[in-house]
Write a protein that binds this ligand. Structure first.
Ligand SMILES: [Zn+2]
Length: 157
């Protein structure tokens, strides 16, 4: 399952990447470009724009799209997770949050020169994005997002 996120619900991008779903962020103005990309790449559109829902291929169901109801990022991700019964666990921490590339595992020694000393001291697991070279570890930002996800999962049951 792959997504394309409209600029009006941009917060969804990082959430979906965090749980491992291939997600493009559409920042252009031309709705048709987004629709064409979605069709070509088999992506589901996530948007707050009711106009999109009226486009022929969407209205007919040929192209999947979800009209996001809430302004709240946490409500938005909940709506998407519920709509497709997304797996929030097995793909966790596998995609670059910035550029959507699949992360590669790195050993502690490989990242020694690349992360702050206090991180090196306290973290054991690292991943690197082969595209933008960002290094990931399960630091506080990650823990915070994960906590919110846990909460989301619990309230769904
Ligand atoms: Zn990246």
């Amino acid at each position: 399952m792959k997504f394309i996120v409209d600029h009006n619900v941009g917060k969804l991008v990082k959430w979906l990447r965090m749980i491992g779903y291939d997600t493009l962020f559409f920042t252009g103005d031309d709705d048709w470009q987004m629709v064409i990309t979605a069709l070509n790449e088999g992506r589901v559109i996530l948007t707050r724009d009711t106009e999109i829902m009226r486009i022929g291929v969407v209205a007919s169901g040929r192209l999947g799209a979800v009209l996001i109801r809430s302004d709240e990022p946490e409500e938005q991700i909940r709506q998407v997770v519920d709509a497709f019964d997304l797996d929030c666990k097995s793909g966790l921490f596998t995609l670059c949050l910035e550029c959507n590339t699949v992360l590669e595992e790195r050993t502690k020694q490989q990242v020694k020169e690349l992360v702050p000393p206090y991180v090196f001291k306290t973290q054991e697991e690292y991943k690197e994005c082969p595209t933008c070279r960002r290094i990931y570890w399960k630091g506080t930002h990650w823990q915070e997002m994960n906590k919110k996800l846990e909460k989301l999962r619990q309230t769904r049951m």
